[in-house]
Design a protein around this ligand. Structure first.
Ligand SMILES: Nc1nc2c(ncn2[C@@H]2O[C@H](COP(=O)(O)O[C@H]3[C@@H](O)[C@H](n4cnc5c(=O)[nH]c(N)nc54)O[C@@H]3COP(=O)(O)O)[C@@H](O)[C@H]2O)c(=O)[nH]1
Length: 764
């Protein structure tokens, strides 16, 4: 013991933890106190088991002191009155170390031990040095009383444990008072530092409480034999402590984990000293449940595992919640199929695998034909039922390892991995699967009380290049699906690169068109329209796209795309604005004042809500008289919403707008509707004009168109007139107005105006 001092000079300073109860069997007469000598010196005689030889060391007077001085504990010998007869070396060292004040620091040979204790309870020297709490006085008095009781033979022994601040905070001491033996009056007071023991006890108490936590705990020996489990373990597993003690944790095995799982666990325990993870275990009642398990190896100084401590918690509920969250995040709630997110994840994984394998995979994009109609007519509930049944049928057509996903709406995707290393083989197999899907989805559906039919369009792409992006593969299948739709639906199409290139080119064109608008790269060209005398009646304004490099992009190339993408709206506004500005300029010149300018208006442009307002604004801003602006509409405008078309045309007509029906004869024009439209002119399509000289049926068509126009009181103009013979045939059929290369190509403004000057305008 490094320092035997019993606290900072106080006896007992703060806390009495335990006092021995009075010994009921104690009798002073039973004590033989014959070994204690007087004068503070203990004779060597009397060691009970010592050999009795006269020269034996045990018979020497200093032998006992040598023994007592060798002890770590402090020891003081009191006579029958409590006077200190002797103290051992440990006490002397401890007393010397306690330099301040305090009862035990002042104990020395001759001290009156009980009196010092009483003094500690009431006198200043002790009170100065210690906490003045009442417990200290009581403790000191208790020691005083305890010593007197032992000296008087009222108690067999006395023991007290107390806590002090010296030599370190919260050090613990045990003071024992034991009567001298063999009839000697007096007692021995021993004082021992029990701090370490107390700490251990405390630690054990804390550990015991900690062990009884809400988590299940299990302790095994180094061989995995269960030593202890706590109550939470019993609550979770159903096994009582005695049912598992002596067994291994294998008693909980669910059978769901293979040997590899446990091998990994033990390896981790050996290497890291720890394993944690989720595990399926089996309760006593046979129920298999998910458990969060942490196992820690307890190692000794040689780093050998002596025990394993496992803490486990039942995660049935949280796992169910996690599974539900996972479901919501990765699965489509209607069909329970993987959603787009999970599909892309699996696709990514499939592409990753391709880096190591040469096998070809397939992705199918499946879209239901006319699903919207079914949804709108029979309701969303019936639509949902169809989607659910389609999901089931798709799954039935495929293997477990294939992925069937729903992207949303009526779009499904199938991912098939590892088809073949030969492209033909992969294509053939995919085609077979697609046929199977087509056949299955073509079967009638019983949706609530409706018997319905539905067909799919399937786009397929085969992929084997791990450098592709998941989105890219999906887009390819999507493009192929659109081709399947275009080809008449209820069929399949494989993606081909040419198609992809076209799409890429279109995307670039769209981007460039936006830029062209911003950077004013569009021009208006004018193609003259003449009467039978060759005089200029006006012109058709035709847009041209002049690229920064001086090249021209044909409107035949970009107008259809502009219509698809909606860019035709800003482009159409630009044309209207330019045309009106030009008409305004012509109004200032007598030679051009009568010219009528025709502009092409696409169906999409015509149908926009603000179209009439746009036209009205432009007419007002440029102060244009009625009849100078002509809108060329195509027959496509008559396909949908004819009543609305008529109403819009009438509004525009009221503003003084003229109408020409372009490409007449190529589309579908019901005579019924024609007579209701406020048209001014029919324009014979150039395809009929082209072969007019040679094709009898074209001649008949042209004559019919002209006859029809006459009976409807409409003008007729023929476009694409390139030859004098064509003109003559047209004139013979009754056509009096012409447009075509015979009179002039579409020209820039200056050239057009020169042309007008040359051919003149009809007399007013
Ligand atoms: N919505 C809009 N559409 C427009 C606009 N500008 C043009 N277009 C349409 O683009 C298509 C192609 O037009 P373009 O290349 O200008 O061809 C026109 C004439 O150049 C051509 N034409 C005229 N005469 C002849 C001829 O004698 N021979 C011959 N081979 N071609 C000739 O015909 C086209 C005119 O067509 P149409 O409009 O039907 O009168 C075309 O569909 C344009 O409509 C625009 O601003 N907006």
């Amino acid at each position: 013991m490094a320092d035997a001092s019993p606290g900072h000079g106080a006896l007992p300073r703060r806390t009495i933890l335990a006092e021995t109860p009075c010994d009921p069997d104690f009798s002073p007469r039973s004590h033989n106190c014959d070994w204690l000598s007087s004068g503070g010196v203990l004779p060597g005689a009397g060691a009970p088991d010592a050999p009795d030889a006269p020269d034996a060391p045990t018979r020497r007077p200093d032998f006992c002191w040598a023994v007592l001085d060798a002890l770590d504990d402090c020891m003081a010998v009191l006579d029958g009155n409590g006077t200190v007869l002797a103290v051992n070396a440990a006490w002397r060292r401890g007393a010397a170390a306690a330099t301040g004040c305090g009862t035990l620091a002042r104990v020395t040979v001759g001290s009156d031990f009980p009196s010092l204790c009483r003094a500690a309870a009431g006198l200043g020297d002790v009170v100065d040095a210690v906490d003045t709490g009442g417990g200290d006085d009581n403790a000191a008095l208790a020691v005083h009383d305890g010593i007197l009781a032992v000296l008087a033979g009222r108690r067999g022994s006395y023991r007290v444990e107390y806590c002090g601040d010296h030599p370190r905070p919260d050090s613990w001491w045990r003071l024992r008072v034991t009567p001298l033996g063999q009839g000697w009056p007096g007692a021995i007071v021993t004082l021992a530092d029990i701090t370490a023991g107390r700490r251990n006890e405390e630690a054990l108490r804390v550990a015991a409480v900690a062990f009884e936590t809400t988590e299940g705990m299990l302790v095994t020996d180094a061989n995995g034999v269960i030593l202890r489990v706590n109550k939470a373990f019993t609550a979770i597993t159903g096994y009582d402590s005695h049912e598992v003690a002596g067994k291994t944790p294998a008693v909980l095995s669910s059978g769901r984990h293979g040997p590899d799982f446990y091998k990994t666990m033990w390896q981790s325990l050996r290497v890291r000293g720890r394993w944690d993870g989720e595990i399926w275990n089996r309760r006593k009642n046979g129920e298999v449940y998910p458990e969060r398990l942490t196992v820690t190896a307890v190692r000794n100084a040689d780093q050998l595992a002596t025990h394993y401590v496992a803490s486990l918690s039942d995660i049935t509920l949280s796992k169910a919640a996690t599974d539900e969250i996972k479901n919501l995040a990765f699965y489509d709630p209607l069909t329970r199929l993987p959603n787009r997110r999970l599909l892309l994840e699996r696709l990514k994984q499939a592409l990753h695998v391709l880096a190591r394998s040469h096998s070809i995979n397939a992705l199918m994009f499946i879209d239901l034909d006319n699903f919207k109609t079914l949804n709108d007519t029979l309701g969303h509930n019936v639509g949902d039922l169809l989607l659910q049944q389609v999901a089931e049928r798709l799954q039935a057509c495929l293997r477990e390892c294939d992925t069937v996903a729903r992207l949303g709406g009526d779009e499904f995707v199938v991912l098939i991995e590892g088809l073949d290393i030969d492209p033909m083989g992969a294509a053939t197999k995919t085609e077979m699967v697609a046929h199977k899907i087509l056949a299955s989805l073509n079967q009638p559906y019983q949706l609530a009380h409706h018997n319905c039919r539905s067909t799919p369009s399937i786009g397929i792409t085969l992929f084997a290049d791990h450098r592709q992006q998941p989105d890219e593969v999906l887009v390819q299948a999507d493009i192929a699906m659109y081709q399947a739709k275009k080809a008449g639906r209820n069929g399949m199409r494989f993606f081909d690169q040419q198609m992809q290139d076209n799409i890429t080119a279109r995307a670039q064109l769209e981007e460039q068109m936006c830029l062209a608008l911003e950077q004013d790269q569009f021009r208006l060209y004018y193609q003259v329209q003449v009467d039978q005398h060759g005089c200029a009646l006006g012109a058709e304004a035709l847009i041209r796209w002049e690229r920064p490099d001086g090249g021209f992009v044909s409107p035949a190339q970009f107008i259809p795309l502009a219509e698809e993408t909606g860019l035709i709206l800003p482009i159409g506004d630009w044309v209207l604005e330019q045309a009106c500005a030009q008409l305004h300029a012509w109004q200032r010149d007598a030679r051009t004042r009568a010219l009528v300018l025709a502009i092409n208006v696409s169906a999409r442009q015509f149908r926009q809500h603000q179209f009439v307002d746009h036209v009205r604004n432009a007419l007002q801003r440029y102060h244009l008289p009625p009849g100078v602006l002509k809108l060329e509409l195509t027959e496509s405008i008559l396909v949908d919403n004819i009543e609305e078309t008529i109403a819009t045309m009438k509004e525009l007509k009221a503003l003084g707008i003229k109408f020409s029906l372009d490409d007449f004869g190529t589309g579908y024009s019901s005579l019924q509707y024609l007579k209701r439209l406020p048209l001014d002119q029919l324009k014979i399509d150039q395809s009929f004009v082209r072969d007019l000289a040679t094709d009898g049926s074209d001649q008949a068509i042209v004559s019919t168109i002209i006859g029809m126009a006459t009976s409807l009181h409409l003008d007729v103009i023929a476009e694409g007139v390139e030859t004098e013979l064509q003109r003559q045939r047209l004139e013979a059929a009754g056509c009096r107005h012409y447009q075509g290369y015979l009179y002039g190509r579409p020209l820039p403004l200056a050239d057009f105006e020169q042309l007008v000057t040359r051919c003149g305008v009809p007399p007013a």
